[in-house]
Write a protein that binds this ligand. Structure first.
Ligand code: ATP
Length: 447
């Protein structure tokens, strides 16, 4: 079972490279450990995640607004937020092979690499340092943000003043965060540069626990709904962990981690935290209500990683199927007995929605008609035109990138003005009139 799972991870990494989802970073220079670049299909899928999150949590809600704050902020922000003092992981080093590890991630007290003795843990601050301006001196030290959250807190007053939002309301932001992780790895699961989608939801000072607990539960349900949207089977693949008190981050009174069954183990996908009034208080910010009462709002924070969303969606969508050689409704031209790899992504998430093929590339009348259809669909949906190789091979390629529909223009199309539309998951094919394609896809792709 464990082997099968490792295998799955290897297969996903290989598919990502082979099909242009994710490439190793700086590859032509020998790479740079644990850095990754999102390729043509990867960036589409990632953008789909970000767009949907923004629509669902910012645009469609009256109690939310968005923000895009700077990555590098005044270092005083990190002093006040507690990150300079507390954003640390316990680092141990092997006295023999000098490899470094995160102590809390080790199962044994011996070096996992060579069995050597480990040093006592040192607190290692994970913030990325840089110099701001032309002089490389200590006065100019600045930090890349390790979370997007603080950009939201420091803009709290600006946003209240400009939008006149009343509590409860939230501010959401999507953007990069940087952490000098001691042990990055597992592909895009843990990297030193990654992207977050965070919401800080501000509420009045709770009079009793129920006041914040109810809102916490509302956000818990929202997060579960979002995870389902990604095509993840919540019952089977998600475990909610109530983080024990002694493991809570310095700002949190309660945190739920949503763990996903990654091929390399059950690991954090997202977190939901009750940050109390810790942050606004640290920055000396407050709120005045309509009765002129001044107080410090409390905060519930649903925090999501874009890259982990991407990886979990891919793990859940990855499917291998055996194709039978016998003539059956699912029989495809060019398909011999073979295995097909298919990404069963939800339609909204798929990087390409419709692939358009002329049956043969050397028949100008087929190519012309296929191009016309491609041009008419591409304004509404991300489409791809493909005339390479036989149609069976083109199906395999589209299956691997998760394209829900393939459309083939054949000789009959020239006579009857219809085309074959093939469904990714069932492989069933139907004939659809060219003039009805818009409606057909609208119904399938926009629900
Ligand atoms: P972990 O315990 O895995 O280090 P964390 O509890 O430190 O994660 P948070 O600070 O809660 O993570 O960050 C919020 C979200 O940002 C995480 O749930 C995850 O989706 C994402 N995230 C955090 N660190 C990384 C990383 N190094 N690489 C990719 N995504 C990350």
């Amino acid at each position: 079972m464990a082997e099968e799972k490792n295998d799955l991870m290897e297969k996903i990494v290989s598919l990502c490279k082979r099909r242009g989802f994710v490439f190793p970073g700086s590859e032509i220079y020998g790479g740079m450990a644990n850095t990754w670049d999102y390729g043509p299909y990867g960036v589409e899928l990632k953008n789909n995640i970000k767009r949907r999150w923004w629509k669902k949590f910012i645009e469609d809600r009256e109690d939310m607004v968005g923000l895009d704050a700077a990555l590098i902020m005044n270092p005083k922000v990190w002093e006040a937020s507690g990150h300079l003092a507390n954003f640390t992981d316990p680092l141990v080093e092997c006295e023999k092979c000098h490899n470094r590890f995160r102590e809390d991630a080790l199962e044994e007290k011996k070096c996992p690499n060579c069995g050597g003795k480990l040093t006592a843990p040192k607190q290692f601050n994970m913030m990325f340092k840089t110099f701001f301006g032309s002089a490389e001196e200590s006065a100019n030290i600045a930090y890349f943000r390790p979370e997007t959250a603080q950009g939201i807190f420091v803009n709290f007053k600006n946003i209240i003043d400009t939008t006149r939002k009343k509590l409860p309301f939230g501010i959401g932001q999507i953007g990069k965060a940087f952490r000098n992780e001691i042990t990055p790895g597992n592909f895009i699961f843990r990297t030193r540069e990654f992207e977050q989608m965070e919401i800080e939801y501000f509420i009045p000072v709770p009079k009793k626990d129920k006041d914040w607990e109810n809102i916490f539960q509302d956000w818990r349900k929202e997060m579960i709904g979002w995870i389902k949207d990604l095509g993840i089977d919540v019952k089977k693949e998600i475990h909610e962990l109530n983080v024990p008190k002694d493991e809570l981050a310095h700002y949190s009174k309660k945190t739920i981690d949503f763990l996903y069954n990654f091929p390399f183990g059950q690991k954090e996908l997202y977190g939901l935290a009750y940050r109390t009034d810790f942050d606004l208080k640290s920055h000396g910010l407050d709120y005045v209500d309509e009765n002129n009462n001044k107080f410090i709002p409390h905060v519930i924070e649903p925090s999501l990683g874009v890259d982990r969303s991407f990886l979990a969606a891919l793990c859940s969508a990855y499917t291998e199927e055996n194709l039978t050689p016998s003539p059956s409704p699912s029989q495809e031209r060019g398909a011999k007995e073979e295995k097909r790899v298919v990404l069963k992504l939800p339609n909204w998430l798929a990087p390409v929605k419709v692939a358009v093929f002329p049956l043969l590339k050397n028949k100008p009348e087929l190519v012309k008609k296929a191009k016309e259809i491609f041009d008419s669909l591409k304004t509404d949906y991300r489409c791809e035109f493909d005339d390479n190789g036989n149609v069976g091979k083109r199906y395999r390629r589209q299956d691997e990138i998760g394209t829900p529909y393939c459309l083939t223009v054949d000789f009959d199309s020239l006579e009857t003005d219809d085309v074959t539309v093939r469904d990714r998951d069932s492989m069933k094919q139907v004939r659809v009139k060219i003039k009805e394609l818009g409606e057909y896809f609208k119904e399938k792709l926009e629900k």
